[in-house]
Design a protein around this ligand. Structure first.
Ligand SMILES: Cc1cc2nc3c(=O)[nH]c(=O)nc-3n(C[C@H](O)[C@H](O)[C@H](O)COP(=O)(O)OP(=O)(O)OC[C@H]3O[C@@H](n4cnc5c(N)ncnc54)[C@H](O)[C@@H]3O)c2cc1C
Length: 329
């Protein structure tokens, strides 16, 4: 029989837990409380040692830490092996990870190593009568399906920006840190990491952003995205894009929001020249406040927008940027 513990696989960036990792931890804590188990974390990142023990304050009892040069960047082959080995040692009832780009690669590898099922991109999880009920959106968010998984360990990836992040637990001490010996895994890996090309500096990661300024085909020309970049600069925001402009080569795929792009959940999402197709809404409709700028008063984006401006984005956006600068200055 597996234990009632929850294994939370956490991502960190620059030595700090990502927003989606904090959400994984929050859900792990809630499930562990329900089962009477504890939260065990796994960190696989070079230089994350400083982030391990403080996880105790977020309710983690023990952290398995895979550190070292092999974990400088994500290598699915290696991390899948290490995660599976740690999972066999911990023998948890549930294994949670984020449905981030990394988690979407790691989840299936881990499940395959363990020979168990996987619930992907979940928006709700519940254990009843010993089985896991996992809810996830399908058909670009038009419907929700509920999966039942009967045999533990239950492996589930959590859609970013849906679950409440972990909050500091009163009176909690430091987590115990156990280094993971990974030499055998490193030797077995067939993938060689040659180079990591960092993104251009200063940009805010979309899935972590509090504010997103996003553009679509209504921006008319790739050069006009400079208006969105300027607005993003004054707001400390990330720049997003619709698929139409990514497909046209105006913007990189990393900026695409939607069903086949990223799921974002900022406090503020400013959609400029975006029609609001269902596949775009699938990635951003959980934003707390949506502002739309569109020439067409009938554009579907206005149905989900909290505030709407009917007008030319090429005029409205620079005016908005200038006005915000005035207030900031
Ligand atoms: C399987 C599948 C997956 C998909 N995945 C995604 C996805 O992940 N993300 C995504 O975004 N799409 C996705 N799509 C595509 C989606 O259906 C739409 O085609 C796309 O979102 C449209 O992009 P858009 O709003 O930029 O362009 P359009 O639909 O062409 O809309 C442009 C908008 O700009 C407005 N406009 C024009 N000029 C101006 C101006 N000067 N100022 C202000 N407004 C102006 C127009 O009124 C219009 O509303 C997917 C489609 C499929 C079939």
């Amino acid at each position: 029989m597996p234990s009632n513990d929850i294994l939370a696989i956490l991502e960190s960036r620059d030595g700090r837990l990502t927003k989606s990792a904090a959400e994984v931890l929050g859900q792990a804590r809630r499930m562990a409380d329900g089962l009477g188990g504890s939260v065990v974390a796994l960190l696989m990142t070079e230089g994350a040692a400083g982030a391990a023990a403080p996880l105790g304050a977020l309710g983690v009892g023990k952290v398995h830490l895979a550190d070292g040069p092999a974990f400088r960047a994500y290598v699915g082959d290696l991390q899948g092996r290490v995660a599976a080995r740690v999972a066999r040692t911990v023998d948890p009832r549930v294994i949670l990870l984020a449905a981030s780009s990394q988690g979407k690669d790691l989840g299936p590898r881990l499940a395959a190593h363990l020979g168990v099922g996987l619930a992907v991109d979940c928006t709700a999880l519940e254990i009843t009568d010993g089985t896991l009920r996992a809810t996830r959106p399908v058909y670009a968010g038009k419907a929700l399906e509920t999966l039942r998984i009967a045999d533990p360990p239950f492996v589930a990836s959590l859609r970013p920006n849906v679950f409440a992040p972990a909050a500091p637990a009163a009176g909690a001490g430091a987590a115990a840190v156990e280094p993971v010996e990974t030499a055998a895994d490193e030797a077995a890996v067939k993938t060689v990491l040659r180079e990591v090309k960092p993104r251009e500096g200063g940009k805010v990661e979309l899935t972590e952003a509090d504010v997103i300024v996003s553009g679509g085909r209504g921006m008319k020309d790739p050069a006009n995205f400079r208006h969105l970049e300027e607005l993003a600069d004054v707001l400390g925001a990330a720049v997003g894009a619709s698929r139409a402009v990514v497909d046209a080569g105006w913007r990189p795929h990393a900026e695409q929001v939607g069903q086949t792009g990223k799921t974002v959940g900022p406090n503020l999402y400013i959609a400029c020249g975006i029609s609001g197709a269902i596949q775009h809404l699938a990635g951003m409709s959980t934003a707390k406040c949506i502002v739309a700028v569109n020439k067409d008063p009938e554009a579907p984006i206005f149905k989900v927008a909290d505030y709407g401006v009917v007008g030319d984005a090429l005029e409205v956006v620079p005016a908005l940027t200038a006005e915000i600068r005035k207030h900031q200055g």
